[in-house]
Design a protein around this ligand. Structure first.
Ligand code: TRP
Length: 454
């Protein structure tokens, strides 16, 4: 078969692919969400389940996404369709891509709101609003922000524009240039922060909170949360990584690249935990504080450390950058599809997408103020979007991708694309994809459903 080419361009090298995918993976999920859900789910045991999910479910499914993308060389919707047909199955498998596009919109809408908070904190740190602030005042600043619709709107809008501006630039000019510099910088700064937190009194306590595995604390909904987060943090189940895979050079090891991405993503999450929890404990705060954890505890710590204004500014700047490089991947599949389907330039495509996600984001942002009494199935809009995507749609999307790649796609095709040197490794991947991942996802789903109905 003749090698297909993507009409959208291609990454310059294997390392650019790894950095771009790591840029997608490392985001608010790692620095904001992972610490606070670990806090809410009691610490170590949750972390252990999460690590298992990354290794046994996340890594095999990520490999499947990359390989489908690279084989199809198109947006996830069209890649699923073509690869299914090539294997002698119905083009209707494109529904996996459609569900992914929908999930991408939904994630983006609350992601952009949180990214807006980050932008606000960048500015606040920059002008010294948090110097010597106490825990109570820091809490008031955050709650004041949530109540202030206008300010939220401004920062949310800015973030939407920032993301769309990169996507307009396309694969090479937009993304490639950014991730090369920003990702290593993020990593270095997290290490600097880790150095700081290691000197706090609460470090040992923070460490044992993260790594002391008390399985008795674990509940079934925590297991679902851990599984859902594994998908979220690796950007799986909606086609983001599939889209990035479609720009990947041909002669690049998929398995080897995916391992790197998973390791870097996991390290960033654990380090973020090791930065945040010691600070939480040192300041006598509650690790189960929820979504405000990063926005209340860190400013307090920055306010007290020497040079904290600068550290705080740079820290939030880097969180903002991490959010930025992630959010791009939420919209790239839809943008690529519009270009493929209608032959549009990226400018109209991004304008349309921008308007849609902006409006959805306004609904998510309203959960904290003018729409606080609107609930769906007992959740406010923000929490509903988060729960539905991370804990339902992404695992479901991942389940379909695993079933497709494991049971429908021709085995030969997978062998060719993965081109693994050892048959043993290939078989390990195949077994994880065909059995372990689907069974794990399905079981956790069913148990949770049963628990809920009880
Ligand atoms: N992985 C990102 C984070 O941890 C969020 C993200 C970007 C994402 N693209 C995605 C999540 C696609 C699910 C699917 O913040």
């Amino acid at each position: 078969m003749q090698e297909k080419k993507s009409i959208h361009g291609a990454w310059a090298s294997r390392w650019i692919f790894i950095l771009a995918a790591t840029g997608s993976a490392v985001g608010l999920g790692n620095i904001w969400k992972f610490p606070y859900i670990t806090g809410e789910n009691g610490g170590g045991a949750f972390v252990l389940v999460y690590l298992f999910c990354i290794l046994l479910v996340g890594v095999p499914i990520m490999m499947a996404e990359v390989l489908i993308g690279r084989r199809g060389r198109q947006s996830p919707i069209n890649a699923m369709k073509d690869v299914a047909r090539e294997s002698g199955h119905s083009g209707k498998w494109s529904f996996v891509g459609w569900m992914g596009v929908l999930a991408g919109f939904m994630i983006f809408s609350f992601y952009s709101v949180v990214a807006g908070w980050v932008l606000y904190y960048i500015a606040g740190m920059g002008v010294g609003d948090f110097i010597a602030i106490g825990s109570e005042d820091a809490g008031n600043v955050f709650n004041g922000l949530l109540a202030d619709t206008q300010t939220l709107l401004i920062w949310h809008s800015i973030f939407v524009v920032m993301v769309m501006l990169v996507i307009v630039g396309g694969v090479k000019k937009g993304l490639e240039n950014a991730v090369k510099f920003l990702m290593p910088a993020l990593f270095v700064l997290l290490l600097v922060m880790l150095g700081y937190s290691m000197q706090t009194e609460g470090f040992a306590k923070g460490w044992s909170f993260l790594f002391h595995f008390d399985v008795s604390k674990l509940k079934w909904d925590s297991v679902l949360e851990a599984l859902g987060h594994a998908f979220f943090t690796l950007s799986l189940g909606m086609g983001a990584i599939m889209a990035y895979g479609s720009y990947m050079p041909k002669k690049t090891s998929i398995g080897g690249s995916v391992i790197w991405i998973a390791i870097m993503d996991t390290l960033v999450a654990l380090i973020a935990g090791l930065v945040i929890f010691p600070i939480v404990f040192t300041n006598g705060m509650d690790p189960g504080a929820g979504p405000g954890l990063m926005f209340v505890t860190l400013p307090v710590a920055f306010g007290q450390m020497p040079g904290g204004q600068i550290f705080g500014f740079v820290f939030f700047l880097l969180v903002g950058i991490a959010a930025w490089t992630s959010a791009i991947s939420l919209m790239e599949p839809a943008a690529a599809w519009l270009v493929e389907k209608f032959g549009w330039h990226r400018i109209p495509a991004c304008t349309v997408l921008g308007v849609i996600v902006w409006a959805l984001g306004v609904a998510a942002l309203g959960s904290f103020n003018f729409m606080s009494d609107v609930t769906i199935a007992g959740f406010n809009v923000f929490d509903f979007l988060d729960f539905m995507t991370a804990n339902v749609m992404l695992p479901l999307g991942g389940l379909f991708i695993a079933i497709f790649a494991g049971w429908f796609m021709k085995r030969k095709m997978a062998e060719n694309e993965l081109a693994m040197s050892s048959p043993l490794l290939f078989n390990a991947w195949y077994i994880a994809l065909r059995f372990i991942a689907p069974v794990a996802v399905a079981t956790i789903f069913v148990i949770n459903l049963v628990e809920k109905l009880k």
